[in-house]
Design a protein around this ligand. Structure first.
Ligand SMILES: *Cc1c(COP(=O)(O)O)cnc(C)c1O
Length: 426
């Protein structure tokens, strides 16, 4: 076949192709479900853009203070419409997910307030934002205390523990949707809704914020549809659709978003300033593409789960369970597995495919880390990327893929590299 010949010219062997074809055929039904959700979300995005009368004028660059940046303000209205919120802040000067979360937290917390995470330890970079790890400028330095209630052994919420942790100082509850690089399950929007209802039942005035990273457009509803006061995320993940070169968003109740904006710019200025510097068109177009890009990434994750499960490796989520984010973990049990997998992902990239990634001692990590990322946007993890620390249990985390076909090639290439290094036999 013409297609097989093309794969073979890229270095994918007959054996790997045959093995993968059988697995792909078994996933037809799941892929259909993903496409259906993407179709719904595509219409949701289109409806918002039409309602806000998005037009050519909104793509114009502004400079300086950025007063009356119509493109920026309209984009924020589009985000607010998609998330069904009163307001949104969508900015290139929210430089990452961590920054957006830090701004949302610092903007809405005051000295003497307490922050509660009822879903265990938050994402690594937030430890320094909160002050769980000592850090200059942390919330802790500003007199904001932190409390955490871990999930129970089986991944369920510790309702009595959460009830006991809520007190008169609790101002904001932070709920992380994706498991990130932890081993707990990712939370469905429905479960987030149950948790928020429980918390609001005890303390209706507490602000419920959701770290929405990697979750956008995976389901047809978002946390703000089930009671969240604020959702926060990165534009070089799902909602940027691979086209946003930088940026973050905060969508939610007007007062929550305004307080974040006063923190991002300055008291008195808030949302009124901040030039978009010509990035608006990429933000709009990336958002427009995001539902299909997320669908491609989800197909890649499910394909990888089934491929590696079949080969006997432990995968999280497993091959059949429902998906609530785009991250896939595969545990290889030995360093060679992690290294070969990442080298395969890199070799399949559109950018820097000729580079061979190696483990290195990255600042902030307690073991060497290997990373594969042949991305158009530096650090973009909606693009096909993988990384893993070289320490037991030797697991690799893999996510993204701007198209399903690219994600598929990446996984096939990882199989080739694992075969060559003797980790697997096919
Ligand atoms: C990626 C991520 C962050 C941080 O985003 P950066 O853009 O890497 O700073 C925070 N929380 C979760 C769950 C994430 O996946």
């Amino acid at each position: 076949m013409e297609l097989d010949a093309m794969y073979q010219s890229l270095g994918i062997s007959r054996k790997v192709l045959d093995f993968a074809r059988e697995i792909e055929a078994s996933l037809k039904k799941r892929f259909e479900e993903i496409d259906e959700r993407a179709e719904y979300n595509q219409l949701k995005v289109l409806a918002a853009m039409q309602k806000m009368r998005v037009s050519d004028v909104h793509f114009a660059a502004t400079t300086g203070y950025g007063y009356n940046d119509l493109g920026r303000d309209t984009l924020e209205d589009v985000y607010a419409d998609i998330f069904h919120t009163e307001s949104a802040l969508v900015r290139p000067n929210l430089i990452s997910g961590t920054h957006a979360l830090a701004v949302a937290l610092a903007g809405n917390l005051r000295p003497g307030d307490e922050l509660l995470s009822p879903v265990g330890k938050p994402y690594d970079t937030l430890e320094e934002v909160i002050g769980i790890r000592e850090s200059c400028g942390s919330l802790k330095e500003y007199g904001v205390t932190y409390r955490q209630v871990d999930l129970l052994e089986d991944g369920s919420f510790d309702y009595p523990g959460i009830k006991a942790a809520l007190n008169e100082k609790t101002k904001l509850v932070t709920i992380q949707r994706s498991k990130g690089y932890a081993t707990r399950p990712t939370l469905s929007v429905e479960r987030i809704g149950e948790l928020i209802a429980f918390i609001k039942g005890i303390r209706p005035d507490v602000i419920c914020m959701v770290d929405n990273c990697y979750g956008e457009f995976v389901e047809t509803i978002e946390p703000t549809d089930v009671g969240a006061d604020m959702v926060v995320g990165s534009l070089i993940k799902n909602p940027g659709g691979g086209l946003a070169p930088i940026g973050g968003y905060i969508a939610g109740k007007k007062e929550c978003v305004d307080r974040a904006a006063y923190r991002l710019s300055a008291p008195g200025l808030g949302k009124e300033v901040g030039a978009s510097l010509g990035l608006n068109q990429q933000f709009y177009q990336g958002l427009f593409l995001a539902p299909t890009v997320v669908a491609g990434a989800l197909k890649g994750a499910i394909f990888a789960a089934n491929v590696y499960e079949k080969l006997g490796f432990s995968v999280v989520p497993n091959g059949t369970e429902p998906r609530y984010d785009i991250i896939q973990a595969v545990t290889f049990g030995k360093p060679e597995g992690v290294i070969a997998f990442c080298q395969g992902i890199q070799a399949a990239a559109p950018v820097d495919s000729f580079v061979t990634p190696e483990p290195w001692d990255m600042p902030g990590y307690d073991a060497p880390v290997i990373m594969a990322a042949g991305a158009f946007v530096q650090g973009s993890s909606i693009e096909l990327s993988a990384d893993g620390p070289i320490k037991p249990p030797y697991a690799v985390y893999f996510q993204g893929g701007l198209t399903w076909y690219h994600a598929k090639l990446g996984i096939l290439m990882s199989l080739e590299k694992l075969k060559k290094s003797g980790v697997i036999q096919l």
